[in-house]
Write a protein that binds this ligand. Sequence first.
Ligand code: BG6
Length: 368
Amino acid sequence: EKGGYDYFMLKEIAEQPRAVADTLLGRIGADGRLSLDEMRISDQALREVDKVVIVACGTANHAGLIAKYAIEHWAGLPCEVELAHEFRYRDPILSRNTLVIAISQSGETMDTLMAVRHAREQHAKVLGVCNVNGSTLPRECDGVLYTHAGPEIAVASTKAFLTQLVAVYLIALYLAQVRGTKWGDEVFAMIQLLAQMPDKVEKVLETMGPVRDLARSLADAPSVLFLGRHVGFPVALEGALKLKELAYMHAEGFAAGELKHGPIALIEEGLPVIVVVPPRARAVLHDKIVSNIQEIRARGARTIVIAEEGDDAVRPYADTLIEVPAVPTLLQPLVTTVPLQVFACELATAKGHDVDQPRNLAKSVTVE
Ligand code: BG6
């Protein structure tokens, strides 16, 4: 059942190109436009939406954080992202024209379900993003977009996360398509590019040998920091979460711009810092993060840099360079997350941990 792998997690990481392809399947029409049949929220209702609120927990929340960048940019809608358990016990301002998107692999996370109930009481429209057919979440939502990752057995989410990203990109692009935005051509081009993502993810998986070597060499590190900007920031959070969950190590993700406001005090000789670098095409973001890498390296950090292939500007400052295929900034999490999953999985295995069943964690938490 593990398909020749030692752990389900390894199998699930390897299945990601297929999972991404399956989540795209049937959703891009021959005319290059999206159709999301199970959506069940009318195009007219989507045109009336004036705010999006995303609720989720754990890894699914990180998918939500990435969705915010996509929804604001392509659909031109204000978007907030909330931890479901925090949202539920505040007094969030919602209306009939608020679209709440609840993301949950299992569809059974009680914190997320409670947030959905809270949103519906206030007459918001609720769209679920879910991987398990017949679970509770889709029944409680107005509409649903299923991810087609297939069963995810390992407690720490990998392929479900990548398919959640695909789902939220589809939602952002669909909102743009239905509502019309100034980015019409870009939206059309992005839909085409999404179709190439399974191949790009496959390319990343083919080059993971050095990442595994690196992970084993860091098995005794006391702590690992992760830095990112823009959508690379949630990717950094996800990389740190994976390491906590699997390797039981201290790990933290930071927005690179925040370094000088505090976290740079943590940098000391030999501290491993993994930096997610935006594409060179986004020069403003890219150049700033290159300066950040220089700053931490000057203070002794061991820099592990994830950057697009051919990014020669980062090379001189990278103790280890992990190259990923060049893709547009907003889609980059699909390729930059994969090395972080492999890194955490390999490091935890080197420590002798069962990566499928990390201590103290459950696959879905059905209590508040
Ligand atoms: C946690 C799991 O309990 O729930 C995480 O350990 C997961 O891996 C989180 O990301 C949210 O789960 P779900 O099913 O709502 O996506």
